[in-house]
Design a binder for this molecule. Structure first.
Ligand code: FES
Length: 160
């Protein structure tokens, strides 16, 4: 004997199945969005790009840390690479460089008392301009030209 399921029941089952699948997809996307944004970080998609340069307006609250000499913030460019690290070096100088340590690739932490330390615990330390101070790394952090003009930071980062 053949079992016959009415069309209406089939449609309801399909609707429930599709709704559940959509819910799973939405929660996965939210989880990804949260995972890629750490505290103190900005994502490239949220940044102003002018003439091919990243521009950070220090009047905006999210960039406030850069109004204080010795502070820094991170910008996530892609999820594959370590964030770009931007620091306030002096009243007139800013710096931008990779936050990937030149020793074994661990992430460099935000500055404390004018020094950037490596998260690895190997002892790598860099200055606010990304210059090697001590530890096992053999070179400075790769840097990108950065200027402070009218309270806006302009960073020449290769965006393509
Ligand atoms: S990875 Fe940074 S000091 Fe080793």
């Amino acid at each position: 004997m053949k079992n016959v399921i009415p069309d209406d029941l089939l449609n309801r089952r399909k609707f429930l199945f599709d709704s559940a699948r959509l819910l799973v997809m939405i929660s996965s996307v939210s989880a990804l969005a949260c995972a890629c944004k750490k505290e103190g970080e900005n994502r490239l998609g949220e940044l102003a790009i002018e003439h091919g340069r990243i521009v950070l307006d220090l009047n905006e609250s999210r960039y406030q840390p850069l109004n204080t000499i010795g502070n820094g913030l991170k910008i996530e460019i892609t999820r594959q690479e370590k964030p770009l690290l931007v620091t306030r070096v002096s009243a007139t100088q800013v710096a931008a460089f990779s936050s990937q340590c030149t020793h074994a690739g661990y992430e460099i932490l935000l500055p404390e008392q004018g020094v950037l330390t490596c998260s690895s615990g190997h002892g790598g330390a860099f200055s606010l301009t990304g210059q090697l101070l001590s530890g096992p790394p053999k070179s400075n952090l790769p840097s990108y030209p950065a200027q402070l003009i009218a309270n806006r930071v302009h960073i020449a980062y290769p965006l393509s």
